[in-house]
Each structure stands twice: as C-alpha cells, then as structure tokens.
Write a protein that binds this ligand. Structure first.
Ligand SMILES: [Fe+2]
Length: 704
C-alpha cells in the first residue's frame, strides 16, 4: 500500500484555552520530524488570489522535533471478544450463525475466527472451514450476494467434522452438508486452550475482513451454550453485549440498525421491531479511528487568540499540515462576532473521493504548489460519506480521527475549474481572510461547541456568521441556533444548501457521526428501504425538511438548485429605502459578477424562499440570481413530474438564489445569501468589491 511520507491528525478539531489537543503522526523518514504552529489566514493556493497566508504562532507552541516512526492504517470493521473463550477439553463444539454476503470474489473473507479455526468465504465464492491456512471443509456451491444463509459447524474430539449450510430463500433450503475428519491432535490445537473470537475478520497480518451482515452467532459445548450474542439488543452501542460469554467490542464502527434475516417490510424503525434488525453490517473498508500512538500535545494557553491554526509537520522536505480551531473560553468572548465553523460538514466530507477527480488535477496542484494528494488516489485511508463501500453500500459513518486529505490548506476540490475550485475548509478561508483584511475581530465556535454547549456557545455574540456550506446538523445545533436567533441574535448565513441533512453523534464516541441518506434529497447514495432510522439514537434520518424542520424555518431560504462549480451575479431587486443600508456605497444593481469560487457570488448550490416552508416571517428578498443558461438542475425534493414542480411555477424561475433579510418577532435578525460561492467573491480585487462592501454593511447594521 502506498502511504504518505508524513501525515497526521489530532484528537479533536476544536479546543478551548486550558484544554489539550493531541497529535498523531506517521513519518517514514529516518530523521526526526519538526512541528511548527501557524495561524491560518487564507488556505487558497490560487496565485491569482491572496494565496496561502499563515502567521507564525510559535509563541504558543515552540517549534519542536520528534522521532519519526511509521504508523500503519488498519481499516475494516469487525467484532472481537473482550476476553478469551476456552472450551472444555473433550467436548463437542458447535458454531452457528446467520450471514448475508454482500461481496464475492474479493479474496478470502473471514466471517468467524476463534484461535486457529476460521470460517471464510474464499475468492471462488465457496464457504470454507480452515485451521490456519489448512483447508478442512469446503462447500461445493458458490454463495450468492444478498442471500441470508444459516451455517452450523460441529466438530468432535475424535476429529469428526460436519458443516451444514442452508439458504431459506433457496427452494431446496438445505444447500449442503459437508463432512470431514481431522486427527485428534489437530483438534486439540484448534483453540489453543483458550482464544479470543473475531467476527467478520481473521487474526492474520491481513485481517481478511468480511463484507456483509452477520446475525445471531452462537457457540455450544455439547448441549450447553457457552457464547451467544443477540445483535438486536443495544443497537446504538459500539459494544455487542453477550447473553452468554464475553462481550464483543465493535472495531472501526460497522453499521447497526440494518435489516436482518427476519425483516419483512412490516416495520421500518428498528426501535419498534428490534428482532427484524438483529444484524450488523461489516465492511472491509470501514474506518473510525486510525488509533495511532500520540507523538505530542499542545495545551492551549490562555492568551492564544481564537482562530484557525495549522500544525505543520515536516521531515526531510515532506510535509503535512493539520488544521484545528481555537475557540475562546466559554462565556468569555473576545469579540461580538463569532464565525461558526462547519466542522461536522468538514468531517462528513472527509476524504471525499470525487467521481470527477482527474489525474489532470495534478498539473495544477504542482503549478500552484497546492496540497499534493487526493483521496481518490488513497482510498485505503478510508473514504467519505459521499462514497460507497467496496460492496456498493453507502458509507454512513464519518470521523476526523484519521488523516483527512481534503482538510488541508491548499487542497483543491475542482482541479479543472476556471477558478480556485475550493470547498469547505479552503473555501471558508476566503471569509477568514476577509475578516482579517477588514480588521474585524472575531471568535471561532465550531459545530462541536454548538452541539455540546448549545445556546451557551453563542449567547455572548451579537453576530453569528456561517461559512460557505453549513450542511450537516444535529437537532441540538438547530435548537441552539433558533434559540440564539429568537433571543435577539443576528444570524448571518453566508452559504448555500445549508441546514440540509440530519446527523447524529455517537453517545459513546462523539467524534463518530452517522448520516442516513434516506428517502430523497440530492445525495451521493440512497439508504435501503427499512434503514432510514439512525442507529445511534433511533431518530428518523435524512433531510431536515423530511423531519419537519426545513432550513427555511431558520434562515428564510432552503436548497433549490445545483449546477457545476459555476457562479452568476445577483441582481438587486429591492430598492425600498428601508433597506438602503444593505447597499450603501454600491452604485450598481449587479452584485458579485466575479469571484474565486465559480467566478460569481451566486453559484454551485442555491437556496430560495418558499412561503410554504418558512415560519411566516416578513422576509425581504434583497437580491436574486436566475438560471439564464439552463445550467442548474432543480433538486429532487422539489420535482414532481417532468412538467411540474412543487413551486407550481416554471422551473427556471425557481432555480435561483435569494439574498434575504428578516426580523423575528423577538428582535432577532437574519441575513442569508443562499449560495455556496458567495464567500469566494470576498477577496476579489484585493478585497475591494461590492460583495465585500455589502457584507461590511450587514455586519455594521447587525452590530448596532
Ligand atoms: Fe454538500
């Protein structure tokens, strides 16, 4: 496998003064690696823009060096007993479970292993029982994907073996009974007089992880059950508690809350019929935490300003840059403005291998001295929830406890775009750079603080402003934002396709996030019927709109159209003197016909008003864009037929961004732009442009 020469990650993406942040590094160099702290101002490598701007921050972390060491990556999910299980000598052993393969002809896939004994699907699709590498028994028939099989294996102290394979979906049901014989000496060595058990992986150097679902494993000794697990219990947990025997720890977060062998489409929530959801889905490319050893840590000093920071690690000229965010102490703001950084959205997109990635990007990456790697080239670092597993199922778990290629200064998302081609962390740095350039003091709060601390994370601020794409939210986050706004706060939403998907954090490991791409919406894959409910808390997954909380309720607008990474200008449509403050100093009605993201302030993903979905506030549309060239598509949740859509009007009129302002009854106010590319216009012409003026005007007004 191809590993980066040096790479790292940290144990959290955001930290407050007094807290520690730990760094984990793998370096293939034989020399020490250096670590140097920088404050990140701009992460756009485009030489036509501000470029990558960082300030030395070594007063908060003295430049240091540490021994290099290689730390491997072990992806693939499985379950492992917390202790050994020892059979009584001279007992008959029986091993039984149900399984449903989702991938065949993918090498050896171990379904069950205990000491030297393993049950696996071989590359030829046949089920086998092995003692280490020695084949003991093999099915004559090849398995089929997405069929539930019942398997039972029995072995006696005299070495007599039998396995029994059934497939209830198959008319004959009984597929095979295979018998065999080993000598009694080999039988004695099978379990090493006590060994741990792995389900869905082996113990070899390559774990040979299984792709598919497993249900109801059970081990008997003569007629006594010595281990039994019912996966329909505690579905939200990362431990599968045993009814009898040792508990199983779930490694690398396999998927729970999935349909099992009994599921018959009579119930769609696992909470209501857990026995229909008694399976766990394992994947050979699941990854939660690289689990590397810690190399160094930083305790954030009290005087370290809230901001975006990057730990740059370097060995013999090879480098990685690990971003993290420093927030102010709770309830001790340094400014009246807070930028809400979408770290959950960054995580959900973490290592997104885009289908449109092309090796031609490498030329631009080299030319611009940009971040030199792309997740599409390194799938063994684990992919994103915008990708699918090797068995074709959607990746529904996300974590930042691993190297995330696209969370790096200078990473380019669209290497062929006629602009900087940035999204997320790098695109949001256009806003960060603008705030620095305008000498506007600001604090940073991330999704982590918003979810954990709720309203308290925001209540000190007059203004809370988002970045370009705050797409993923927990219910806590939406509650906090609504309470902040309705308590008189000023909410500035500077993105598009925001507040779109519902996510859940894992209660045992909050760095693990779940997303079910249920029902509809613009999505990278589709959740299976019966699997629309999150395993982590049983909530109905998918769009917030399908959960009765459309983004229009919070920010007045919601997702309506998508195109390639292109932008258009807005046209000012409101000339009412009451709103002159928005446009003060701007002579033209054409706004943002420029920018480093899509060359226009209204682009890529657009939001608009819809009075059917908002809360009935008096929303003023200040400016709008229109889809003049037919480049945009209407989002699926807006489409009814090939002729009609939910707006009731012509489709081209609803493929637009609405820039809006409204007040809430309790004195809160909202300004929303409804475009992902808006922030890309801020640095244009050395920050001197009408989008920059307009945002300055809004901030001035909201600060009053
Ligand atoms: Fe998105």
């Amino acid at each position: 496998m191809d590993y980066l020469p040096i790479a790292g990650y940290c144990d959290k993406l955001s930290v407050r003064p007094g807290e520690k942040i730990r760094f984990y590094v793998s370096s293939q160099s034989e020399r020490n690696f250096s670590a140097r702290l920088h404050r990140s101002i701009c992460a756009d490598p485009n030489p036509k823009g501000p470029g990558i701007i960082e300030e030395d921050a070594s007063q908060y972390f003295p430049a240091s060096s540490f021994p290099s060491r290689f730390q491997p990556i072990s992806i693939g999910s499985y379950a492992e007993t917390i202790s050994e299980l020892e059979p009584t000598p001279e007992a008959n052993i029986s091993i039984k479970f149900w399984f449903m393969p989702t991938r065949i002809n993918a090498g050896n896939q171990v379904i069950f292993s205990w000491g030297n004994l393993s049950v696996s699907i071989q590359n030829n699709g046949q089920l086998s029982v092995k003692r280490n590498e020695q084949l003991l028994l093999e099915s004559g028939v090849s398995l089929k994907i997405r069929r539930w099989y019942r398997f039972e294996f029995q072995i006696a102290p005299n070495g007599a073996m039998v396995f029994d394979l059934k497939c209830p979906a198959n008319h004959s049901n009984q597929l095979e009974t295979v018998t065999g014989q080993i000598n009694t000496e080999d039988f004695a060595k099978l379990f090493n007089s006590g060994a741990t058990i792995r389900i869905a992986a082996g113990f070899g150097r390559d774990k040979n992880c299984f792709n598919g679902r497993i249900e109801a494993p059970q081990i008997k000794e003569n007629d006594t059950t010595i281990a039994e697990w019912d996966f329909s219990k505690d579905i939200s947990s990362l431990t599968a508690k045993a009814d009898i025997g040792p508990d199983l720890l779930l490694k690398n977060a396999p998927t729970r809350g999935v349909t099992g062998r009994k599921w018959d489409a009579t119930e769609f929530s696992w909470k209501h019929k857990p026995d229909h959801y008694a399976a766990i889905h394992f994947h050979d490319d699941d990854v939660y935490d690289f689990d590397w050893d810690c190399d160094f840590e930083l305790e954030v000093p009290d005087d370290m300003p809230s901001g975006v920071y990057v730990m740059r690690i370097n060995a013999e000229g090879n480098e990685d840059a690990i971003p993290f965010f420093v927030c102010p102490p709770l309830n001790r703001p340094k400014s009246d403005i807070c930028v809400l950084v979408s770290t959950f959205t960054y995580t959900v997109y973490g290592n997104h291998a885009r289908p449109d990635y092309s090796p031609s990007y490498l030329n631009r990456m080299k030319e611009w001295n940009a971040y030199p790697y792309n997740p599409a080239q390194y799938p063994h670092y684990g992919l994103s929830t915008y990708n699918t597993h090797s068995d074709g199922s959607g990746i529904c778990h996300a974590s930042y406890k691993r190297v995330l290629f696209n969370l790096r200064p200078g990473y380019i998302t669209f290497g062929d775009a006629e602009c900087s081609g940035l999204r997320h962390f790098q695109a949001d740095s256009h806003l960060i750079a603008w705030l620095h350039h305008q000498n506007i003091e600001f604090d940073i709060i991330t999704d982590n603080e918003l979810d954990r601390d709720g309203l308290e994370a925001l209540s000190s601020y007059k203004i809370v402003m988002t970045g370009s794409h705050p797409e993923y939210h927990t219910s806590n986050m939406l509650d906090a934002l609504k309470q902040y706004r309705d308590g008189g706060g000023g909410l500035i939403y500077l993105g598009g396709n925001g507040f779109y998907w519902r996510i859940v954090r894992h209660s045992e490991n909050p760095s693990l996030i779940e997303i079910r791409r249920s029902e509809d919406g613009l999505r990278a894959w589709a959740a299976e019927p019966g699997e629309y409910y999150n395993a982590f808390d049983g909530s109905y997954g998918g769009l917030w709109r399908r959960n009765g909380r459309p983004p229009q309720q919070l920010v007045g607008i919601g997702f309506t159209a998508q195109a390639n990474f292109v932008g258009m200008p807005y046209k000012r449509v409101c000339h009412d003197s009451e709103f002159e403050w928005v446009f003060r100093g701007i002579e033209t009605d054409t706004l943002g016909d420029f920018g480093f993201s899509g060359n226009g302030a209204a682009g890529f993903e657009l939001d608009r008003c819809d009075e059917k979905l908002d809360e009935g506030e008096d929303i003023t549309i200040l400016a709008q864009s229109y889809d003049k060239d037919g480049q945009f598509i209407l989002v699926p949740e807006e489409i009814l037929t090939h002729l009609t859509n939910l707006s009731g009007g012509p489709e081209d009129q609803v493929k637009r961004a609405d820039m809006v302002y409204f007040k809430t009854a309790s004195g809160g106010q909202v300004f929303s732009v409804g475009s992902i590319t808006f922030c890309g216009s801020l640095p244009w012409n050395n920050f001197d442009n009408n989008i920059s003026t307009l945002l300055s005007n809004v901030i001035t007004k909201f600060r009053e």
